[in-house]
Design a binder for this molecule. Structure first.
Ligand code: NAG
Ligand code: NAG
Length: 568
C-alpha cells in the first residue's frame, strides 16, 4: 500500500394593511406571493411586480392549463383517471394569495424553462401533469412517527396539464400542507470526528458520473457547504496513476472532504485489499483521535449521521468491537456465513483493529484466502470475520439499522417503509436496484434528519414518503402501512421469505392492481432561501401502474413538485 498523496412558516395574514396589499396583488392577477406582517411589505410588493412583469413580457398569449380531470375530489371506488367537470373546478376559484408562516415567498407560476428542462431530462411527453405543493415543516417536541396523518388534502384542485410549447398565467398557491416533524438535527451540524472511513475502489468508478461517490460522500462527510464535519476518509484506488490520485484528492478536497488518497495494487486480490483496509486505517496517523474505524463500499451511504453517531456513543469503543449487520437475504447468510456484510458498513473499535493489524499476515495467507471462498470466489467480509473469530473471542455485534440492501428490482417497498435507516447500499443498479439517496436526503436540510423517508398521509389518500415518492391509492389505504410492500425481489433463489427475518413478512406488492400509482423523486434542490424543492416524476407507461387488465392507470406523464418550507 504505497502512500502516494497525503495533504494531505399558514395562518392567513388578516390585518387590514396586509389584506389591502394582498388585494392589490390579486388585482395584478399575480398570485402566489407570500407576505408577512413583519416583513418589508414594499420589497415583497416589488417582488410581486417583478414577477408580474416577467410573466407579462412573454411573447405568447398566456393561457390556463388544461385540467387533467382528476383530483380535488376523490372517489375511492373509481380509478385514478376520473373525469371531473372542469367548469365546476374552475368556478369560484379566485386567485387568492396564501401566506406561509415563514418569511419565504411561495410562487405557483409555470416556469416554462424549468418545465422544459424537466421534460427533456426525464424524457416526458410534451404535455404532462404538473402539480406544485408547498409543505411547511412544523418542528415540535414529538417522537418520529413512521406515518403522520394530516387533516389536509394533497390535491386542492384538479390536476393541471401543461404543454411545454405554451406559456401560462401564474396561479395562487394553496395553503401549504403542515407537516409536524421532530426537532431532529440538520445534516450540516453532524460531527463525524470520531470516525475514519476506508473505501477501496477504482479510479474508473470514482470518475464515472454514473458511479462517482463524490456527492454522496459530501453529504455525510461535510456540512454540505464545503467544510469537513471531522470525518476522515481513506480512499484506496486500485492501480491508479499518480495524476488520478491527484485528481481524486483535488475533487474530494474541493467539496470539503478530509481525505487521503492512496494507490493499492491489484497484485493483491480484492478480498485481500478489503481486509487490508483494517491495518491501513489502524496504521493511519489520525488513529489516535478516532474511536471507530469503518470499512465500507463506494456505494455505502449514511443518511442520518447524527443518528449514527448517537448510536455509536452507546458502544464501548475501548473494547474490541466488531459491529455491522447481516445481509437481509437469508440465502446470503447461508451461502457466505454470519458475518458483517461490508456494504452496510463494518465498524471496528481501535482495539479490534489492532488485533486485525497484528494478525494481518496470518489472516491474508493463501490458506485463509481459500477458506474465504464459499464457491463464489474469495470474500473479504469472510476473511475479516475469520481473522477476528480466529484471533480473539470477539463476536459480531448486530446493528440492524444498518442495511446491506441485497434487493433487486423496485426498491420502493423499502424506501416507502417509513423507517429511519442508518446506512444504505447497492443503489447504483447493475444486478441490484436503483435509488438516489443523495437526492432523497436533501430535504433533511429543511426539516431535519428524521424527516427523510418519513411518511405523511393526507386526507385524500396520498402518502408522501418524504424524499422518495408521492403515492396515490385510489381505492383507499386498506392495507397495513406498518409492513414493507414487497415491490422488490431477493436474488435467486427467491423463496418468497428470504427477507422475512429482517423486514418481517412483507405485504403483497400493489403493482398492476390499479390500487397504487406513484411519482418518484428524481431531483431535489436546496434553494438559497433554505427551502428544498423536490421533483417527483411519474410516467404514463410505467409498467407498475396499471389496472389488473393491463391498461395504464394514468395516460399522462406527470411531475409533482414539492417545496419544503423550513420552520423558523
Ligand atoms: C466533535 O466531536 C469531537 C470528539 O468527540 C469534539 O472534540 C469536538 O469538539 C466536536 N466538534 C464540534 C464542532 O462539536
Ligand atoms: C414510455 O414512453 C416513452 C415515450 O413517451 C418511451 O421513450 C419509453 O421507452 C416508454 N417506456 C416503456 C417502458 O414502454
Amino acid at each position: 500500500m504505497g502512500a502516494a498523496i497525503r495533504r494531505n412558516r399558514c395562518f392567513s395574514m388578516r390585518n387590514t394593511f396586509t389584506r389591502a396589499v394582498m388585494l392589490t396583488v390579486a388585482m395584478l392577477a399575480v398570485g402566489g406571493i407570500i407576505l408577512r406582517s413583519d416583513v418589508d411589505v414594499q420589497s415583497a410588493f416589488l417582488k410581486t411586480a417583478a414577477s408580474a412583469r416577467e410573466v407579462m413580457s412573454l411573447q405568447q398569449p398566456l393561457g390556463r392549463p388544461e385540467s387533467a380531470g382528476w383530483g380535488g375530489r376523490v372517489d375511492n371506488s373509481a380509478g385514478v383517471y376520473q373525469e371531473v367537470a372542469v367548469e365546476e373546478k374552475e368556478k369560484g376559484k379566485d386567485a387568492k394569495p396564501t401566506i406561509s408562516s415563514s418569511s419565504r415567498v411561495m410562487t405557483c407560476d409555470y416556469d416554462m424553462n424549468r418545465l422544459r428542462r424537466w421534460q427533456e431530462q426525464f424524457q416526458l411527453e410534451e404535455t404532462f401533469e404538473y402539480t406544485k405543493r408547498y409543505v411547511q415543516a412544523s418542528r415540535q417536541d414529538i417522537p418520529r412517527k413512521s406515518v403522520t396523518h394530516l387533516q389536509q388534502d394533497f390535491l386542492v384542485d384538479a390536476v393541471k396539464v401543461v404543454d411545454v410549447n405554451k406559456e401560462y398565467h401564474a396561479e395562487s398557491c394553496p395553503e401549504p400542507l403542515i407537516a409536524p416533524v421532530t426537532k431532529s438535527p440538520f445534516p450540516a451540524t453532524a460531527n463525524a470526528s470520531d470516525f475514519m472511513f476506508g473505501v477501496s475502489t477504482t479510479y474508473e468508478r470514482f470518475n464515472d458520473p454514473r458511479t462517482s461517490p463524490i456527492n454522496e460522500w459530501s453529504y455525510w462527510l461535510t456540512d454540505s457547504k464545503g467544510n469537513s464535519n471531522g470525518g476522515k476518509l481513506v480512499l484506496l484506488l486500485v492501480d491508479a496513476q499518480p495524476e488520478e490520485l491527484e485528481d481524486a484528492y483535488n475533487r474530494l478536497t474541493a467539496v470539503g472532504i478530509d481525505v487521503d488518497v492512496y494507490r493499492s495494487s491489484s497484485d493483491a486480490i480484492m478480498a485481500v485489499r478489503y481486509l487490508a483496509l483494517g491495518p491501513t486505517l489502524y496504521n493511519h496517523p489520525d488513529r489516535s483521535s478516532k474511536k471507530w474505524l469503518v470499512i465500507c463500499d463506494d456505494d455505502t451511504f449514511f443518511p442520518s449521521f447524527h443518528g449514527l453517531a448517537e448510536r455509536f456513543a452507546e458502544y464501548d469503543y475501548e473494547r474490541p468491537m466488531y459491529i455491522g449487520t447481516f445481509s437481509e437475504d437469508v440465502n446470503n447468510i447461508e451461502r457466505h456465513g454470519p458475518q458483517a456484510f461490508g456494504g452496510a458498513g463494518v465498524f471496528l473499535s481501535l482495539p479490534m483493529a489492532k488485533i486485525i493489524a497484528e494478525n494481518y499476515e496470518k489472516c491474508s495467507s493463501e490458506q485463509k484466502i481459500q477458506e474465504s471462498n464459499t464457491g463464489w470466489g474469495p470474500q473479504g467480509d469472510i476473511m475479516l470475520r475469520n481473522c477476528i473469530y480466529q484471533n480473539s473471542e470477539v463476536k459480531l455485534t448486530l446493528l440492524n439499522d444498518l442495511w446491506q440492501l441485497d434487493l433487486m428490482g423496485d426498491p420502493s417497498g423499502f424506501y416507502e417503509s417509513g423507517i429511519k435507516p442508518l446506512s444504505l447500499h447497492h443503489y447504483r443498479g447493475g444486478i441490484w436496484h436503483v435509488a438516489h439517496p443523495f437526492q432523497y436526503t436533501k430535504v433533511a436540510h429543511a426539516c431535519g434528519e428524521d424527516c427523510t423517508m418519513q411518511r405523511f398521509q393526507t386526507a385524500d389518500g396520498f402518502v408522501l414518503s418524504n424524499g422518495y415518492s408521492v403515492a396515490y391509492y385510489p381505492r383507499g389505504i386498506d392495507f397495513d402501512l406498518g409492513q414493507f410492500e414487497r415491490t422488490f425481489r431477493a436474488a435467486p433463489e427467491d423463496k418468497g421469505w428470504n427477507l422475512d427475518f429482517r423486514m418481517g413478512p412483507q405485504r403483497p406488492s400493489l403493482h398492476n392492481t390499479g390500487r397504487k400509482i406513484a411519482w418518484e423523486l428524481l431531483e431535489a434542490t436546496v434553494n438559497p432561501d433554505g427551502t428544498v424543492s423536490q421533483v417527483y416524476v411519474g410516467k404514463h407507461n410505467d409498467s407498475r401502474w396499471t389496472n389488473p387488465d393491463g391498461t395504464p392507470m394514468n395516460n399522462r406523464d406527470g411531475i409533482i413538485e414539492i417545496v419544503w418550507l423550513p420552520d423558523e
